[in-house]
Design a protein around this ligand. Structure first.
Ligand SMILES: [Fe+2]
Ligand SMILES: [Fe+2]
Length: 288
């Protein structure tokens, strides 16, 4: 589809979305503070503590087995010092995004299943980044959480059209991406990219959102895009959660190639990933 036509369709859809959801102000403030060179762990901790509910969730998350820290962390300042700015910011991003979009009120698109898919993809992406020594683990985690966020926007603001896409995907066995492209003319990737820009997310993450179904369109972050793409496929093969995609669960060859692994090697990771997920049940519960 020509880029211009795509852009026109997107703007028509976006116009119907009067006010896009915003991220909690704490996250925005933390993001801004971290951009300044003089940001300190104490300052970041203080900002997060201004939202007590979020602060206690961040502490529980960093103390979960997911982070595998040898001792219990009792203060946010300690968390920032030990894990670093990026890890804390991404934990906050994950919690904020799930908080903003929550469970939703519509029953025909199960948000709990959706978040399981997103968190599963995030954890898998982080695992792949570490195992294959490709890029930042924290960026992989954040990109995994956010990769399908456009679906939530479509569900919330263009509900009946989005439901038609799910049904089309289910009936025809097409990927949801393809069903959206055919029925709406735009996809959850386009909408997610737009939302990411509105939120001022780092360009790398926006690319992970925008291109995870088209890793062959390579821009500046081919590794991150490939990691999200492979993680998404693995999570779908393991049937962890469900994001409304009824299409095939085949690997995208270009994504594997980009990471320098074959299909067999990717499949061999499944038992390890399963064991990790079992150990991380408590982390999933934090997002419920
Ligand atoms: Fe997707
Ligand atoms: Fe996905």
């Amino acid at each position: 589809m020509p880029a211009l036509e795509n852009a026109e369709r997107l703007s028509r859809v976006i116009q119907r979305i009067r006010s896009l959801p915003t991220l909690p102000s704490v996250y925005v403030k933390v993001q801004e503070a971290m951009r300044t060179p003089e940001a300190s762990a104490a300052q970041i901790a203080q900002l997060i503590e201004s939202d007590q509910a979020l602060a206690s969730k961040v502490l529980r998350l960093v103390n979960s087995s997911y982070f595998g820290l040898p001792r219990k962390i009792t203060s946010l300042r300690q968390a920032v010092v030990l894990l670093g700015f990026n890890a804390v910011r991404n934990a906050l991003l994950a919690l904020s995004v799930v908080h903003v979009f929550g469970k939703g009120s519509k029953e025909d698109f199960d948000r709990a299943e959706f978040w399981k898919h997103a968190l599963g993809t995030a954890a898998t992406a982080r695992f792949l980044a570490s195992k294959l020594h490709q890029g930042s683990e924290e960026e992989a985690y954040a990109a995994g959480i956010l990769h399908d966020i456009g679906k939530i926007v479509l569900d919330q603001y263009l509900h009946s059209q989005f439901m038609a896409c799910l049904e089309f995907s289910r009936m025809e066995g097409l990927s949801l991406f393809e069903a959206e492209r055919r029925l709406l003319g735009i996809t959850h990737c386009d909408v997610g990219e737009y939302l990411g820009e509105q939120w001022g997310l780092p360009p790398k993450l926006i690319e992970g959102i925008a291109l995870h179904h088209r890793p062959r369109i390579l821009r500046s972050e081919p590794k991150l895009v490939a990691i999200v793409c492979v993680a998404d496929t693995l999570v779908r093969q393991m049937a962890i959660g469900h994001s409304g995609n009824f299409g095939p669960t085949d690997f995208v060859p270009q994504a594997l190639e980009e990471l320098g692994i074959g299909e067999e090697e990717a499949l061999s990771l499944i038992p390890i990933l399963r064991a990790t997920f079992d150990a991380q049940e408590e982390m999933f519960q934090l997002f419920e």
